[in-house]
Design a protein around this ligand. Sequence first.
Ligand code: NAI
Length: 339
Amino acid sequence: MFARSAARALSAPTAARLFSASATARTKVAVLGAGGGIGQPLSLLLKNDPLVTSLSLYDIRGAPGVAADVSHVDTGSEVNGYAADQLDQALEGVKVVVIPAGVPRKPGMTRDDLFNTNASIVRDLATAVGRVAPDAHILVISNPVNSTVPIVASTLQKAGVYDPRRVFGVTTLDVVRAARFLAGLVDASPAETGVTVVGGHSGATIVPLLSQSSFGKTITGEKLDKLVHRIQFGGDEVVKAKDGAGSATLSMAYAGAKFTNALLRGLNGEKGVVTPTFVQSPLFADQGVDFFSSNVELGPNGVEKIHPIGQVTEYEEKLLAACLPELKKNIEKGRAFVA
Ligand code: NAI
């Protein structure tokens, strides 16, 4: 049942289905890091989302140019670009803040290798959001997501404005990849091969629950090992192919826009918007893992309901056993950085 809901929230890759505007309320959205490889196409896709009324594009370089360019697209929203010293202006009145700011991986790097650079970028941006737009929903794309989300949470906590229903790690690209890779193996449309991906967003912490998909459960043996590995390390394929020029940007922009649209639909009161996302979660808190991605129902306040992971196979239990200790370390590292 969860898998079906997830498939509804995150299925067909056409613009029409990607951006369904069933509600009338509209929203101001900011992109922090809008001049980057993800930020530019993400800004374009958000300009095309009818649920976005106003788009606020900020970066330490290049955002006004991106804004001028994107603003000519003939959709209803207004677009404003902000330079390095205009972060506070960029955040005024925003309801949703998407953060793809920071450095991407080069071949041979893990996401954790980005920690030293990205931790302070994300902390400083979260501090500004807490000051200027304390009620905003924050969508973290910057890696390592397993640590940057706890960094945002702890930063807001310090400022006394943390609401766990409003902080999300964007793990949608793992969900998008899982559906696409599975579709290729079973000769079906990705609209039919939605997979619930739980855990975190790096290597072994990414746990696809293929047994919960009618197509996924037909994959066994070595084929299953290979598919799980490809979902966990799909990002490496892109890093390698780009050969030093960065990591996934276009598919990530797609995934980021898809998750933003799901959140906006939930905020606007649409029922049944369910998708995996990395949030503060009780599911494995007794094991010291207090952030976890599982299917989450999105609603007017952000996180409405965190679904349990549901029935898993012995094989998936092993994947979870490998995920949890690593995830715990990543979360603690993020928290320690702010403390
Ligand atoms: P990029 O280097 O092309 O762009 C990053 C942008 O951030 C640049 O324009 C830079 O000027 C800007 N920036 C740096 N410091 C800033 C600050 N303090 N305030 C505002 N903007 C700032 O990198 P790319 O490829 O766009 O990746 C961005 C991040 O997204 C990386 O950390 C990458 O690892 C992560 N990522 C996350 C994925 C996910 O699934 N969550 C998937 C792919 C990438």
